[in-house]
Design a protein around this ligand. Structure first.
Ligand code: GLU
Ligand code: ZN
Length: 308
């Protein structure tokens, strides 16, 4: 295993304010990488300019600042890096093709995606597999698809265990660039994780299906690969639904140190870290120091985090 400095990151998409769910992801990745003596970076994943708003970027960065979760390096804004992603897409050109199919065109002949693991989470519904109608056509359309390999592969996840998957069967030829010229998440994220030398990726379980695509893209582009993946159980509300912007997860309020202490304490409890009750009354920084010193991934294995 490589000896490079551990580097982790939190990579929010600014499509809404920070909420308890995204706070737990930020806090877990921060505490984990700091407990390894590593560096923690913030990256704003705002390639999708139609869904992401600068006001959310500002508010997320302000909340992280108020929480005491400071970046150890430059904060990358993906919206400023399109030329880099285009260059890497060019490098992948022998594996990409243009596609003119609309979702409607495909409604009749899509192949259901195969799921290789049973996580029993509704949100993990995979999109149907694209039937490669445009594979051998010489088109010049904006939309570009990337051929993912039909090979059973595995990676070790520090929380979920060994994960087997076949990217061609679970994801198919993913859209790398959309019709509106927006580069897709998995391309931008993989390139930046590589260029930023990220060694430890800790993120929500909803993104786990993308991991095999990420590994393939990084390898094909000759980018450094992350050494470790950790996919955090999702935060559920009392009805067993994923807590997200879609079901109106309330934005967190970090305006006073007392509120920040409460939030950090609640997030640590949700992350099964069992903070001692007296810690809640402490200053935010004291709570963070405790959290880093005591960080433990073990109780997250097999857990479905719940709001208590
Ligand atoms: N930007 C993604 C999100 O907010 C997370 C990407 C990642 O951590 O890989 O859902
Ligand atoms: Zn097509």
């Amino acid at each position: 295993m490589s000896q490079r400095t551990p580097i982790g990151r939190f990579a929010p998409s600014p499509t809404g304010h920070l909420h308890l769910g995204s706070l737990t992801t930020a806090l877990a990745s921060y505490c984990h990488i700091k407990s390894l003596g590593g560096r923690w970076l913030i990256r704003i994943e705002d390639v999708d300019v139609e869904r992401c708003k600068p006001t959310y970027t500002t508010s997320i960065l302000q909340d992280l600042e108020n929480l005491g979760l400071h970046t150890d390096g430059e904060i990358l804004l993906q919206s400023t890096r399109t030329a880099i992603y285009e260059e890497y897409l060019n490098r992948l050109s022998s594996l990409t093709y243009h596609c003119t199919c609309s979702r409607k065109d495909l409604s009749n002949d899509c192949i259901p995606a195969m799921s290789f693991y049973d996580l029993n989470i509704k949100d993990l519904n995979l999109a149907p597999i694209y039937p490669r109608r445009c594979l051998h056509k010489a088109l010049t359309h904006n939309k570009i698809r990337l051929c993912l390999p039909d090979v059973l592969t595995a990676f070790y996840d520090g929380i979920q265990g060994v994960i087997w998957d076949n990217p061609a069967r679970s994801l198919g030829d993913v859209v790398a660039k959309r019709q509106n010229n927006i580069i897709n998440y998995i391309i931008a994220c993989t390139i930046d994780d590589g260029l930023q030398n990220i060694s430890h990726i800790m993120r929500g379980l909803d993104i786990m299906p993308m991991t095999v695509a990420q590994l393939f893209i990084a390898k094909t582009c000759g980018l450094p690969m992350p050494d470790y993946f950790y996919h955090l159980p999702l935060l559920m509300n009392a009805d067993g639904q994923k807590l997200s912007k879609q079901n109106l997860a309330t934005p967190i309020d970090t305006s006073t140190p007392d509120k920040v202490s409460d939030l950090l304490f609640t997030a640590l409890s949700l992350l099964c870290q069992n903070p001692p009750p007296e810690l809640q009354k402490e200053k935010p920084n004291t709570i963070l120091v405790w959290a880093v010193e005591n960080w433990d991934n073990t109780p997250l294995r097999g857990a479905v985090l719940g709001v208590r």
